[in-house]
Design a protein around this ligand. Structure first.
Ligand code: G3H
Ligand code: 13P
Ligand code: ZN
Length: 305
């Protein structure tokens, strides 16, 4: 069944676990996420970005997710990830999304509030939940203290942002970034800042850029020709700590992409005569599914559906 993020995340907050938001772009990635959720008996957020919509088509992707939701026994939401403008949000609301993110994190504070407030006014009457973002997801490792302050979420501003916008969830910046190259040196998140944000904000908190970039996947991809030197993600113990400190939604895209690509490379290298797409994409889907299942166990959402 399709439910809202608000419903999933309030349950997670009460239960001190996190729900994974997994990015999908096609049938294989959706099957991987849905099959994992069913096998783990886990609630799940299916996340779709504007560029995934451009790739797969809004109607096609929405129909696939709705069909999945009608046929599985776990609660699932269909979420717009990094919505960039009101028009995209409108289209997703009309298509039946149960949750939308409006990402005004690149805007000045007041403009971010105004845009996010507008989306809340559109979404809430339809019963759709809204995620806002404050702070930018840029690598902060080599920045000065002043530069870091400009990028990371300010706890006082976070409290004001949530009060004035009415968002149901807030994405925060504590040192993560998108993609496979998150740190040059030792991975480091600003947990003190997360504690302060938690004190000021009572809606569920969201961690973007949370992929761990598992070394075994990097090794497999590299073995079959990928060039991923320096790829590094968020260690799993950092994820556990973030959940203990109040993160209840965790976004994962990169780890699924890596698992998919490593397996496609492996199959093509080991079976040069193979040209049936199902024999290539099937194992890649299974690899993504195993990653999603491992995340659900790490986040503590397994068995919660
Ligand atoms: O933040 C989400 C993604 O990792 C970026 O996804 O390439 O579909 O925009 P995209
Ligand atoms: P990763 O690139 O770390 O997987 O983050 C994905 C994300 O934040 C999607 O919104
Ligand atoms: Zn993100």
């Amino acid at each position: 069944m399709l439910v809202t993020n608000k419903e999933l995340l309030l349950a997670a907050k009460r239960g001190a676990y996190a729900v994974g938001a997994f990015n999908i772009q096609n049938l294989e990635s959706l099957l991987a996420v849905v099959e994992a959720a069913v096998e783990e008996k886990s609630p799940v957020i299916v996340a779709v970005t504007p560029s995934a919509i451009k790739y797969g088509g809004l109607r096609y992707l929405t129909s696939l997710v709705k069909t999945a939701a009608e046929n599985v026994p776990v609660p699932m939401s269909l979420h717009l990830d990094h919505g960039e403008d009101v028009e995209t949000v409108q289209k997703c609301l009309e298509a039946g999304f149960t949750s939308v993110m409006i990402d005004g994190s690149h805007l000045p504070f007041e403009e971010n509030i105004a845009l996010t407030r507008r989306v809340v006014e559109l979404a809430h009457p339809r019963g759709v939940s809204v995620e806002g973002e404050l702070g930018r997801l840029a690598g902060v490792e080599e920045k000065t203290v002043e530069e870091r302050e400009k990028v990371l979420t300010d706890p006082d501003e976070a409290g004001e942002f949530v009060r004035r916008t009415g968002v149901d969830a807030l994405a925060v910046s504590i040192g993560t970034s998108h993609g496979a190259y998150k740190f040059k040196g030792e991975p480091k998140l600003d947990f003190e800042r997360l504690k302060l944000i938690r004190e000021k904000v009572d809606v569920p908190l969201v961690l973007h850029g949370a992929s761990s970039v598992p070394q075994w996947i990097i090794e497999k991809a590299t073995k079959y020709g990928a060039e991923l030197t320096g790829a590094k993600g968020i260690p799993e113990d950092h994820i556990r700590r973030a959940i203990m400190l109040g993160i209840t939604k965790i976004n994962i895209d990169t780890d699924l992409r890596l698992a998919f690509t490593a397996t496609v490379r492996e199959v093509l290298a080991n079976q040069p005569k193979e040209f049936d797409p199902r024999k290539i994409l099937g194992p890649a889907k299974e690899a993504m599914k195993e990653v999603v299942k491992a995340k659900m166990r790490l986040f503590g959402s397994s068995g919660k559906a």
